[in-house]
Design a protein around this ligand. Structure first.
Ligand SMILES: Cc1cc2nc3c(=O)[nH]c(=O)nc-3n(C[C@H](O)[C@H](O)[C@H](O)COP(=O)(O)O)c2cc1C
Length: 159
């Protein structure tokens, strides 16, 4: 059974999580940055599709949203799971509901919050300014949810 992990990462943390999830899976998974996805990408060979995104201002990456819309009829026949990288643990459920079509969310066999990282050197000046204000922190930092990541990967492996 082939597994696809498709993700969007603005500053790199969601990519790290996609790679970590893949490393926990016993069978090899294809990892695809949505930025590199061909317009005619074929999801047909994959039985499991894991979708991950960062959250900016309450929204997941627009390319992931478009992917879900375009591929919904195909994805709805697959085993799917979602992970989100965001600072707010409390809003994780809300972000899922506000960004992912309800039928896909209901169909998902697993959903997890993978934690977050703020890599200031990867942000533009406005983003840097905003995040420093919101977090009160001047240095890059990460708040990984390693247990969630491991549990999520185990669940996917057992699907
Ligand atoms: C411009 C900007 C807006 C953000 N907005 C939110 C938000 O609304 N809620 C939240 O929980 N985290 C928010 N975050 C935190 C990111 O989701 C978090 O840092 C994430 O791990 C980034 O993933 P990436 O390194 O793959 O881009 C924001 C980060 C940035 C840079």
């Amino acid at each position: 059974m082939k597994t696809l992990i498709i993700y969007a990462s603005h500053a790199g943390y969601t990519r790290e999580c996609a790679e970590k999830i893949a490393s926990y899976l016993v069978k090899e998974a294809t990892i695809l940055d949505i930025e590199n996805m061909a317009a005619d990408f074929n999801v047909e060979p994959y039985a499991k599709i894991i979708i991950g995104s960062y959250v900016h201002a309450g929204r997941i990456a627009s390319k992931i949203k478009r992917f879900l819309k375009k591929y919904q009829p195909l994805i709805s026949q697959k085993k799917i799971a979602f992970f989100l990288s965001c600072l707010s643990k409390d809003n994780f459920g809300k972000y899922l509901r506000q960004n992912i079509p309800t039928p896909l969310l209901n169909q998902a066999l697993s959903k997890t919050h993978v934690g977050a990282a703020v890599y200031y050197e990867k942000l533009n000046p406005l983003e840097r300014f905003m995040l420093k204000k919101i977090t009160g922190r001047n240095q890059s930092f990460s708040v990984p949810e390693n247990d969630n990541i491991r549990r999520f990967a185990e669940e996917i492996a057992n699907l």
